[in-house]
Each structure stands twice: as structure tokens, then as C-alpha cells.
Design a protein around this ligand. Structure first.
Ligand SMILES: [Zn+2]
Length: 128
């Protein structure tokens, strides 16, 4: 028999508090990458894969997230040759990803990231 019990809906306030709490536990370099985006460095430059696609692997110099971009080289007669990005995938270091709060994302996490960064800056400069 199906469970018909309904969970109380997650309020926006509760969801934000969960995310803010998780951000507070996040290591410094992970918070910085969430605030400023990753600092990519080419790890393995364009090379042809077995499937005829071209792959490039990037690694973040700060948090060590690895990003793999797959491209299709387009050489159409009568058109300037180009590379179209087909897919991007990420391999995150342990602890980078936060448990997602259930329900739709109804608020801007970036605003909470920025505030957590501010708290840490203020804590670091206190008593100088
Ligand atoms: Zn990073």
C-alpha cells in the first residue's frame, strides 16, 4: 500500500537555513569557488576520443574539480570550421557538493554564498 502520509512542505526559510548551514561548514577553497567560480587550468588539451569527438579536460587550481568538455568539430563545406560543445561533465572533490535541499530551488544560493564569505572575512579581520 502506498504511503499516503504527506510531509510538511519545506518552507523557503527552512530551505535557506539548510543551505546556509551547509555553506558554513564548507572548506575555504570550496566556498571561494562557489563565490568566484572555478579557476580552470588545462589539464589535458584537445584530443580526439574514440567516438570521433574532441575532448578537453580542465582542472580547477583551487579546489581540484575536474571538468571534461566534449566537442564536435564541424567542417561543413561552405562554412568556417568550428567546434560545437556537446557536453560538459564535472568530477567534484569529496565534500564539495552539498546535500540538496528538497523541493524546487526558489532562491539564489549565490547570495547565501556571498554572505557566508562576508562572515568569514569579518571574522578574519576582527581584532586587527
Ligand atoms: Zn574550484
Amino acid at each position: 500500500m502506498a504511503n499516503t502520509k504527506k510531509k510538511a512542505p519545506l518552507t523557503r526559510d527552512k530551505a535557506e537555513r539548510m543551505v546556509a548551514g551547509a555553506l558554513h561548514q564548507l572548506p575555504e577553497e570550496f566556498l571561494a569557488c562557489r563565490d568566484l567560480r572555478h579557476a580552470w587550468k588545462v589539464q589535458d588539451n584537445f584530443h580526439e576520443s574514440d567516438n570521433g569527438m574532441t575532448t578537453r579536460t580542465l582542472k580547477c587550481v583551487s579546489c581540484e574539480t575536474v571538468r571534461t568538455d566534449v566537442y564536435s568539430v564541424l567542417k561543413t563545406p561552405g562554412m568556417v570550421p568550428r567546434m560545437e560543445k556537446v557536453s560538459t561533465s564535472y568530477a567534484y572533490p569529496k565534500g564539495y557538493q552539498m546535500r540538496q535541499a528538497p523541493g524546487p530551488r526558489i532562491f539564489a544560493v549565490s547570495q547565501l554564498v556571498r554572505y557566508e564569505t562576508l562572515l568569514r572575512v569579518l571574522a578574519a579581520t576582527k581584532g586587527r
